[in-house]
Design a protein around this ligand. Structure first.
Ligand code: ADP
Ligand code: MG
Length: 384
């Protein structure tokens, strides 16, 4: 999304120049699914798709919001009226950020915001975090709040959890705020320690495709909450703070202790093996064995499908078709029940593989998927 276009939109709406223009990306998670609310490991990277916001301060306690991607005129809110779960519209994301900043004691006195985003919404690529982070970064700069990236991510998570009312982990916001071009972000969600892992597939003749199944994951909130509660129950049964505290080497003993509690066994097994898969992926990438991460991705998909049970026919079809067409690896990514899958492939295989996936979807009478190449891109930044 061009900064100039968003700036022009701002001028047209509000009649003045914005004080600045910022961008924040969507993300795709390479590996580490549903581990973030278990204090575990994740490994997202930023997409070239971004939310771009033109923003100016106000001093009168008013927040004006507009998105060029949503029908309707400017939404005007009074900061004093902002209250958790009071807003079911898209404006809850940016308003939630302002609310969270003020709750934390930061002197934000109002803003005019106009934004546009190229991150597909509801595709599991974190359009919501892009929206939150772009507004948080803009206000951090304009009000000179001096917050670090990880602190902005925490505030954005609070906005989404408390203000919007979606019980998500910390991965999406941290990815949007902290990722770097050409790298995947190895993040420990317990203490937010991070390591940028070089991830330049083009240099090695490979491509990572995102296949958006176009199945909206909107019905997934209840299931997400159930998985989350199930993981907490598993941790309590095992006497640990979070499932992250079960070392991979002690998984069998832990499962034994859960006995015939089949649900707990499945959830615990997914989380503990998934953390191990993230660490394995990091080790493989750091030792230059990039192609070998393919089988780790495939194992991750099987675990999400069979143990965590959050896949769907469309996601399974992408993975099965891609693997049958020579992909190095593939798995669903994001929260599940729709959204997107990722496919790791040799560059030379991309065309036939894409065609095979499209044909398989047509044959199954599924909506045509959207396929694009995901190049690890920059995190949130000021553009103007
Ligand atoms: P995801 O983050 O996976 O894309 P979510 O359900 O968490 O899915 O967030 C999607 C929501 O974010 C949309 O329903 C909308 O409210 C908001 N949103 C995303 N992009 C935009 C945009 N460009 N303009 C306005 N709202 C947006
Ligand atoms: Mg989201």
């Amino acid at each position: 999304m061009a900064a100039q276009q968003v700036r022009d939109g701002f001028v047209e709406l509000y009649g003045t120049e914005p004080e600045g223009v910022w961008s924040a990306p969507g993300r795709v998670n390479l590996i580490g699914e549903h581990t973030d609310y278990n204090d575990g490991f994740v490994m997202p990277f930023a997409l070239p798709h971004t939310a771009v916001a033109a923003v100016s301060r106000r001093t009168d306690g008013v927040l004006r919001l507009h998105s060029s991607d949503v029908e309707g005129s400017v939404v005007e809110l009074r900061l004093d009226d902002l209250a958790p779960e009071s807003d079911r519209n898209w404006t809850a994301y940016p308003a939630g950020v302002v609310w969270a900043l003020r709750e934390a004691g930061h002197p934000v006195t109002g803003a005019d915001v106009h934004l546009a985003s190229t991150v597909p919404a509801g595709a599991g690529l974190s359009s919501s975090a892009a929206l939150e982070v772009v507004v948080a970064l803009a206000l951090n700069d304009l009000y000179d709040l001096g917050l670090q990236r990880w602190q902005l991510a925490r505030l954005c998570q609070r906005a989404e959890n408390v203000y919007v009312g979606a019980p998500t982990g910390i991965m999406d916001q941290t990815a949007s705020a902290c990722c770097e071009a050409g790298h995947a972000l190895f993040l420990d969600t317990r203490d937010l320690s991070q390591k940028q892992i070089p991830f330049d597939l083009a240099a090695e003749g490979m491509v990572l495709l995102v296949v958006d199944t176009r199945v909206k994951h909107s019905h997934s909130e209840g299931e997400y909450g159930k998985r989350r509660a199930g993981c907490e129950r598993g941790a309590a049964l095992l006497g640990v703070d979070a499932l992250r505290d079960i070392p991979y080497g002690e998984l069998d003993a832990a499962l034994e202790r859960l006995g015939d509690d089949e649900e707990a066994v499945r959830l615990v097994r997914h989380i503990v093996t998934e953390d191990e898969r993230v660490e394995k992926t990091v080790a493989l990438l750091e030792s230059g064995e990039t192609r070998a991460i393919g089988s780790v991705l495939v194992a991750g998909h099987a675990s999400l499908r069979d143990d965590f049970r959050i896949s769907c026919p469309e996601l399974d079809l992408v993975v099965d078709t891609a693997l049958a067409s020579g992909a190095l690896g593939a798995r669903m990514t994001g929260g599940g029940f729709g959204g997107s899958a990722i496919v790791l492939a040799e560059a030379a295989d991309v065309e036939p593989l894409t065609k095979a996936v499209q044909e398989a979807f047509a044959a199954a009478e599924f909506t045509a998927p959207r396929v694009f190449e995901a190049v690890p891109s920059a995190g949130a930044r000021r553009l103007v």
